[in-house]
Design a protein around this ligand. Structure first.
Ligand code: ACO
Length: 376
């Protein structure tokens, strides 16, 4: 309550939708996706199974999964107009997240309305990988239909078929971040679709919301901090200096979670598994030390705020271990979350109610018009 109205800054605690897609309990540190506790789903499902679950309300049978995989894979190739646009954007050296937003806007080209959901999810990785290669002065790699969604994304980035450990690591990541209640980008998507607009518009708007560092844009900076620290004994020194300078520690704190983000738990385990099989275990150990020090210092500097590790911290580590550069972190988040945005849009369409809150006017009233010559 503020200014005598029922205005709630940041809509904190306001319930603006009913959903069957995911449930976040920030005090218990619990995340449910499509009925499953996150830890149960994330490390077991393929990404295609998770998308099917969110769009259909249940896991697919073997036949349904095969059909769904084929349908999705068939849409991987983007039209030449999209590639040409991405190439010219790369000449401007724009961040990959901007290129994804620009490329996403073209996804309605040549796709019938009822296939847009499949096309968006199928083509997000193609846009990101093609743009990334243009940025490196390379030609895009044609997507393969015989690889899974996750494997094909890694393949399109590098041209090499990824190891099973890497595919599993990415798959677990994509499952982990696919949906998360009424987060800012999902809310943006629901607001857009609720006007009876289309899925491409909703998802393009959501990409814009996800880009911000207070939402999906934090993993790059979180990893930068780990590298800046470099060795475990420097963690306290560097982190104290940041807090003394009034900086926020990236990868910590959350509007909803007041305990450790359950996604951090799942991604930490996935990172450990992947780094042990196919990566640099010393970096994983360093990150664990940085995390422990950060949480201790945040309790000291921001007592009572319950600032804990959020999803971005171990996202950074896992995606780095997959060989992705930091500019690809948020776009990779978007590759997963696009499926969640679409699931929310489908739910919102079934609900069918325009989202139109009110504002509390705090400006002046009754001003008299002044001709420009008299203003001064
Ligand atoms: N480091 C240092 N201080 C922090 C941090 C942090 N990471 N997060 C919050 N605080 C402090 C704030 O400065 C504020 O202190 P004050 O009252 O003394 O000024 C207090 O904690 C409360 O902060 P708010 O901004 O009100 O909390 P809010 O719920 O709006 O913020 C947010 C959540 C934006 C995620 C915040 O914790 C943050 O900026 N974290 C760092 C960025 C980050 O990791 N973003 C990714 C979030 S995960 C996701 O969206 C997918």
């Amino acid at each position: 309550m503020k200014n005598g109205t029922n205005f709630v800054p940041g809509l904190e605690g306001v319930v603006a939708a009913e959903t069957r897609l995911s449930h976040v309990d920030g005090l218990a540190g619990e995340l449910i996706i499509g009925g499953f506790p996150l830890a149960e789903l994330a490390a077991n499902a393929t990404f295609e199974e998770t998308v099917y679950l969110l769009w259909n309300g249940r896991l697919p049978t073997a036949t349904e999964l095969t059909t769904f995989q084929h349908k999705l894979a068939a849409y991987r190739t983007v039209p030449p107009a999209t590639l040409a646009l991405l190439k010219s954007v790369a000449a401007e050296n724009a961040p990959t997240m901007d290129a994804l937003r620009i490329g996403a806007g073209t996804l309605s080209l040549g796709v019938p309305n009822e296939q847009l959901a499949l096309a968006i999810v199928a083509r997000f990785p193609t846009i990101v990988a093609a743009y990334w290669r243009f940025l490196q002065g390379q030609e895009p790699i044609v997507p393969r239909t015989d690889l899974s969604h996750a494997a094909n994304y890694l393949y399109m980035l590098t041209g090499a078929e990824p190891s099973a450990a890497r595919v599993r690591g990415l798959e677990t990541y994509l499952n982990t971040v696919v949906d998360h209640g009424l987060n800012a980008s999902t809310f943006a998507a629901r607001v857009i679709i609720a006007t009876n607009s289309d899925l491409v518009s909703a998802v393009t708007g959501a990409v814009g919301a996800l880009k911000g560092p207070l939402h999906g844009g934090a993993p790059g900076p979180a990893l930068d901090t780990v590298f800046e620290i470099g060795t475990p004994e420097r963690a306290e020194l560097v982190l104290r200096a940041k807090l003394d300078a009034g900086e926020r520690l990236m990868g910590f704190g959350h509007r909803i979670y007041k305990v450790r983000d359950p996604r951090a738990e799942v991604l930490e385990a996935a990172a450990e598994q992947m780094f042990a099989a196919d990566g640099d275990l010393a970096l994983y150990e360093l990150a664990k030390e940085v995390e422990a020090t950060a949480v201790t210092l945040l309790a000291e500097y921001k007592a009572g705020r319950n600032l804990q590790t959020n999803v971005e911290f171990y996202t950074a580590l896992l995606l780095h271990g997959l060989g992705l550069e930091t500019d690809l972190f948020t776009p990779t988040f978007a590759i997963s979350r696009a499926a969640g945005w679409i699931a929310h849009c489908l739910e919102q369409q079934r609900y069918g109610r325009l989202i139109r809150p009110q504002s509390a006017y705090i400006g002046e009233k009754g001003l008299a018009w002044q001709p420009i010559s008299l203003r001064g």
